[in-house]
Write a protein that binds this ligand. Structure first.
Ligand code: BTN
Length: 266
């Protein structure tokens, strides 16, 4: 197993040329969940761009209440706190920008192409290498904070994954045969997130739809969408201007979906 230490916050910040993301960086040996911690810092009045990175998580969270496997020394567990004006720009734009930034960063470090599966899984050779959990925070009717949480399997060996993940999860090292420096990948990721966030604030979701679509291989494929146990089969066609996934269902209709989990049919 290839374990390497993470650079500290000052070392990471020194090489960053961002305007917002990484305005403050905290690197921790351990966190329950960096998303939960970011929420806590938000409540304490932390500034936008705060980035929390943990070497391991004890209660890493995935979508749909799942656990995110967060072993020490091999993965990236990172959350960024943002304060976008969600009344003028849709939250779904943040999700798209997170996916685009992460797939771009990963592809700088791999010889095998990573691609996006809606809404925001990143796959290499059909297996999941990264998951993204975006959450809102704040009191009152309108959320005033947003957290982008990103988990990347970087230097895991296959036998390191629990049995139930071994067939569906992978790591950059498994796919490329070589370890990747986590700190270098983090720096690239923060840079891409910053670029995406500037674009989102200036131009909204529209350019992100195109960018996201360039990095996916699901269009034209047969998929099953699971929405809390309600299954829809069809062909994934494109993203709608809202960021929803448009599927041609089996009865020939084009339907746009805002949430759910996509499985590619082989
Ligand atoms: C998923 O695919 O289900 C989303 C996984 C998101 C995992 C990351 S790791 C950093 C951040 N902190 C968490 O507790 N979850 C996210």
């Amino acid at each position: 197993m290839h374990q390497q230490p993470l650079k500290n916050a000052v070392q990471l910040q020194n090489r960053l040329k961002t305007t917002c993301i990484g305005s403050e960086i905290i690197v921790l040996t351990e966190s329950s969940s960096t998303n939960d911690l970011a929420k806590h810092y938000f409540e304490q009045g932390a500034r936008e761009g705060l980035t929390l990175i943990a070497d391991r998580q004890t209660q890493g969270k995935g979508r749909f209440g799942r656990v995110w496997f967060s072993d020490p020394g091999v993965g990236i567990y990172l959350s960024v706190l943002l304060k976008p004006s969600l009344h003028s720009q849709p939250f779904s734009g943040l999700t798209l920008l997170a996916g685009v930034a992460t797939v771009r960063a990963i592809n700088r470090f791999t010889t095998v192409k990573a691609s996006l599966k809606w809404p925001n899984d990143i796959l290499i050779n059909g297996k999941k290498v990264c998951g993204i959990l975006c959450e809102t925070c704040g009191v009152g009717a309108e959320p005033t904070g947003a957290i982008i949480g990103i988990g990347i399997n970087v230097n895991h060996d296959r036998q390191q994954f629990p049995d139930e993940l071994r067939d569906t999860a992978t790591s950059l090292k498994i796919e490329t045969g070589a370890p990747v420096d986590r700190s270098d990948l983090i720096q690239s990721l923060l840079q891409h997130l910053d670029e995406g966030y500037l674009l989102y604030k200036k131009e909204g979701i529209a350019p992100l739809i195109g960018q996201w679509s360039e990095h996916t291989e699901i269009f034209g494929k047969s998929v099953v969408l699971n929405q809390g146990g309600r299954f829809t089969q069809g062909i994934a066609l494109r993203l709608a201007p809202s960021g929803n996934l448009v599927i041609r269902t089996e009865d020939g209709q084009e339907v746009s979906y805002a949430s759910g989990e996509v499985t590619l049919k082989i």
